[in-house]
Design a binder for this molecule. Structure first.
Ligand code: SAM
Length: 349
């Protein structure tokens, strides 16, 4: 028996396959192979039947003589072109999450929120059919889009995946036995609100990795992890990937890149009743504001207590304040209709 989705990624193109066509200018077009259908551009067309049965990596010439390269999209291509209600985790960050989050085959993973399902798909691939990914999403409409995206990619509902609609804080305690989850991945606005339930769910030594878009969220979650007492000292980083232009002697970095996607922060669950060792390095003078600066000498290396971040009221952490881009209700409804997730009358399919 092969792992879920493997068969779809191999062999000649079949009816229902998504195929990525690259034109001579490098522009991409994604089509779903349907017998009798045609792919039209302003110059000529290709019939889908010409591609059905052809090997992956074939070229096909349209009626105006324009040649296209046909390839099955990789997961990284697919997530960038699939329908989305919420912003997706980019492939470069999904790769970091899987590796630095140590997501292993057979692992029990909890994820929130699901958004469009991009990260869920990388997690499912990493845990494989014998693992478990319990995903939680507050918004029913986003969960439906994510499930449809994953089903289209894997060709079936992935056996390792369960999606619960609801808030992680409310749903997680009932969904998993305490101390049974190997890894938790949070991509949401306020991960600090989830630290108690996550600590309860994680196995001792289990890992939590959070993806946040802004430095203010990063600071807030780092301080909350320290304050909780059940986690190790967190570490944080970001990754910048710069593509290269490769043409003759003009081999150089590309002019454009994604300058910022998000920050990652990891911490491990301590064993029950274990206090984190006191940090030996004192924060630098003023790191925690005026009071902290006046409470001691920054050069002193004696243990210190954590003094907490500058506080911002909970209600101020809004998607707008953090510059988060969320699709409008109208766009989400349009998406769901185009994906067959809404009936004409407007009810869920
Ligand atoms: C940026 S999106 C996630 C994108 C997703 N990782 C992907 O790659 O497609 C953040 C999602 O978290 C959901 N969310 C926020 N807080 C949540 C919570 N406490 N429990 C469950 N879902 C939550 C939001 O509704 C939103 O859909």
């Amino acid at each position: 028996m092969t792992a879920t989705g493997t068969d779809l990624r191999r062999g000649p193109f079949r009816e229902g396959d998504r195929v990525q066509l690259t034109d001579p200018k490098g522009r991409l077009h994604t089509i779903t192979l349907t017998p009798g259908k045609q792919f039209h551009t302003h110059r000529g067309h290709i019939t889908h039947d010409e591609l059905i049965g052809a090997p992956d990596g074939s070229t096909v010439t349209n009626t105006a003589g324009v040649e296209y390269l046909a390839l099955r999209p990789l997961l990284a291509d697919y997530v960038m072109s699939m329908p989305r209600g919420a912003a997706v985790v980019y492939p470069k960050d999904a790769g970091q999450i899987v590796t630095m989050g140590d997501v292993f085959p057979g692992a029990v993973v909890v994820e929130a929120g699901v958004g469009s399902g991009a990260l869920s798909m990388s997690l499912l691939r990493a845990v494989g059919d014998t693992g478990t990914v319990h995903s939680f999403e507050r918004r029913e409409d986003f969960a439906a889009i994510a499930k449809a995206n994953a089903r289209a990619f894997f060709g079936t509902d992935h056996p390792a995946w369960t999606v619960t609609v609801g808030d992680l804080v409310e749903e997680l305690p009932a969904a998993v036995e305490p101390g049974t989850v190997d890894r938790v991945v949070l991509d949401m606005l306020a991960p600090w609100e989830c630290l108690d339930v996550v600590a309860e769910a994680l196995v001792p030594g289990g890992l939590l990795i959070c993806y946040v878009a802004t430095a203010t969220q990063l600071s807030k979650v780092a301080e909350a992890m320290r304050e909780h007492g059940g986690y190790t000292e967190p570490s944080a980083w970001e990754s910048l990937v710069r593509g290269w232009h490769l043409e003759g002697l003009a081999v150089r970095p590309q002019h454009r890149m994604h300058g910022h996607t998000g920050f990652l922060i990891t911490t491990r669950r301590l064993a029950p009743d274990t206090a984190p060792p006191l940090r030996k390095r004192r924060p630098s003078k003023g790191a925690y504001g005026e009071d902290a600066a006046s409470s001691g000498d920054a050069a002193d290396t004696g243990p210190v207590e954590h003094l907490g971040p500058v506080t911002v009221p909970d209600e101020d952490w809004t998607p707008e304040a953090l510059g988060e881009r969320v699709a409008s209700e109208k766009k989400v409804r349009r998406l769901r209709r185009s994906m067959g997730l809404l009936e004409e009358a407007g009810h869920d399919a």
